[in-house]
Design a protein around this ligand. Structure first.
Ligand code: AMP
Ligand code: ZN
Length: 111
């Protein structure tokens, strides 16, 4: 997807603060953090949203989810919140699926 900001990060066309990369996934610090630590787990494959996923993506989604505690610990978080905004009404702004992971500082507000 040539006009997708996360595809551009994956391809190295725009810079990002990368904290993890393998053949399928990258993780980068969010450019507008909402907590002391806030990063995004992004698949290299362009998938629009959770609504576009199928059983074919099961393994990739599982891998992304399991990266959350590993990378959170590496970032010094003892607890964290995960979030996947899905669709415009779900607050999604970048239509390339990603898991937000954030925490640190005072405890997060109850939701
Ligand atoms: P969402 O609302 O779930 O689609 O979240 C998109 C997130 O991507 C927001 O938290 C943005 O701050 C973040 N974001 C947008 N552009 C960049 C970028 N170039 N590098 C890192 N994070 C970004
Ligand atoms: Zn993309």
């Amino acid at each position: 997807m040539s006009d997708c900001i996360f595809c551009k990060i994956v391809n190295g066309d725009i810079p990002a603060k990368k904290i993890y990369e393998d053949e399928e996934v990258i993780a980068v610090h969010d450019i507008h953090p909402i907590a002391p630590v806030h990063f995004l787990i992004v698949p290299k494959l362009h998938i629009e949203s959770l609504q576009s996923c199928s059983v074919a993506h099961e393994r990739l989604l599982g891998k992304m989810l399991l990266l959350a505690p590993k990378l959170a610990a590496e970032q010094g978080l003892v607890g964290f919140r995960t979030m996947i905004n899905t669709g415009r009404e779900g607050g999604q702004e970048v239509f390339h699926i990603h898991i937000h992971v954030f925490g640190g500082g005072n405890s997060l507000p109850k939701i």
